[in-house]
Design a protein around this ligand. Structure first.
Ligand SMILES: NC(=O)c1ccc[n+]([C@@H]2O[C@H](COP(=O)([O-])OP(=O)(O)OC[C@H]3O[C@@H](n4cnc5c(N)ncnc54)[C@H](OP(=O)(O)O)[C@@H]3O)[C@@H](O)[C@H]2O)c1
Length: 324
């Protein structure tokens, strides 16, 4: 069994990791570290686990675990690793954006591999350190990578994506306050969202001179999931576009091409990304949908763990959507 440690266990992505790993056939949770809840039961932060686990949060790490998941807010992962030592055999999966960009990918002499299995599976299989992709970044890359691979992303690309409130983490804020968020919608960080860097690095790795990406993120009044629409000029037929995507994702366990238009609920609570293609005159519309906390965070982190440890890629990730 893989012995796992979780850091930042009372947050949203930490909580999802606990839920997945408690049911993983080849992994055991060794410890769940918390700065705020050491000595308290996991159920104090995650009451849905009542009846499932009696485990408590701890304020100490076990340096000999096989894998550590860092589920901390941006800027805290590096600090945590400087303050806590792990054995030279311990693999690390960081869920923050600290090591995702190529220029940031070496830390303490260790090379972090960008953990998007649809793009870097063979590198992930050999990796010991993973920078897990962002949630918007996952949805948008999966929508656009096949076009970049085919050299068909030469024109500007416009992306509009809407996320649930869990995307902003567990700490309440003005824009996650129920009275404001419910029955409401708004955009933020127009064309400047922090995930653009990692998206562009991946697209440029497949097509050097790809067109400019204009990304408008929106806050939705639901709790989880991301629905992204991307459109750009495409000179082929819809059949050619579909063939291109089906070919790119032929071996992808968790990315599917849907014949019918997609909606968010078909992927929420799963590790799936569903993609739909639509052609209007010379414009191709690509829609992608993921669960921000699963394929966009903790599910993908476990997928990466499975690949690093030579386990079945989907182990522990056979999850059930809540479609109604
Ligand atoms: N939410 C998403 O959809 C999503 C998707 C992809 C990636 N991410 C990334 O994943 C990371 C975690 O996100 P999240 O949504 O789980 O955040 P979160 O709900 O805010 O949880 C983060 C947890 O980190 C711990 N923490 C906070 N400040 C700390 C500090 N200074 N030192 C040590 N621990 C600290 C706290 O847990 P304790 O009190 O238990 O220590 C906190 O609950 C972030 O970097 C985020 O950008 C999030």
């Amino acid at each position: 069994m893989i012995k796992a440690g979780i850091i930042g266990g009372s947050g949203y992505t930490g909580g999802e990791l606990i839920r997945i790993l408690l049911n993983h056939p080849q992994a055991d949770i060794d410890f769940v570290f918390s700065t705020t809840r050491a000595g308290k039961k996991l159920t104090t932060a995650h009451p849905d686990l009542l009846g499932t686990t009696e485990m408590e949060f701890t304020g100490k790490v076990n340096s000999d675990v096989d894998v550590v998941f860092l589920c901390l807010g941006h800027g805290n992962s590096g600090r945590f690793l400087e303050e806590h030592q792990f054995s030279s055999d311990t693999k690390i999966v960081d869920l923050s954006n600290e090591f995702r960009l190529e220029g940031d990918s070496v830390f303490q002499g260790n090379q972090y591999i960008y953990g998007l299995p649809e793009l870097k599976k063979s590198e992930i299989e050999k990796a010991n350190f993973i920078a897990n992709p962002g949630c918007f970044a996952t949805a948008i890359q999966l929508a656009l990578l096949p076009l970049a691979k085919a050299g068909k992303l030469s024109n500007d690309v416009h992306v509009n994506a809407v996320t649930g409130s869990t995307g902003a983490g567990v700490s309440p804020s003005a824009t996650s306050h129920f009275s404001w968020r419910n029955n409401n919608i708004s955009w933020y960080k127009p064309f400047t969202h922090q995930h653009l860097g990692e998206i562009n690095e991946s697209l440029h790795s497949l097509q050097k001179n790809s067109g400019e990406l204009f990304f408008l993120p929106n806050r939705g009044n639901f709790t989880r999931g991301i629905l992204a629409t991307a459109y750009t000029k495409f000179d082929g037929s819809i059949e050619e576009a579909i063939a291109l995507y089906e070919d790119f994702y032929a071996d992808a366990l968790f990315t599917q091409i849907a014949e019918e238009p997609i909606n968010l609920k078909q992927v929420v609570n799963t590790n799936q990304c569903h993609i739909h293609l639509h052609k209007h005159n010379d414009t191709l519309l690509v829609t992608s949908a993921i669960d921000n906390l699963l394929k966009g965070a903790s599910g993908q982190a476990v997928q990466n763990m499975n690949l690093m440890f030579g386990q079945e890629e989907g182990a522990g990730l056979n999850l059930k959507a809540g479609v109604f």
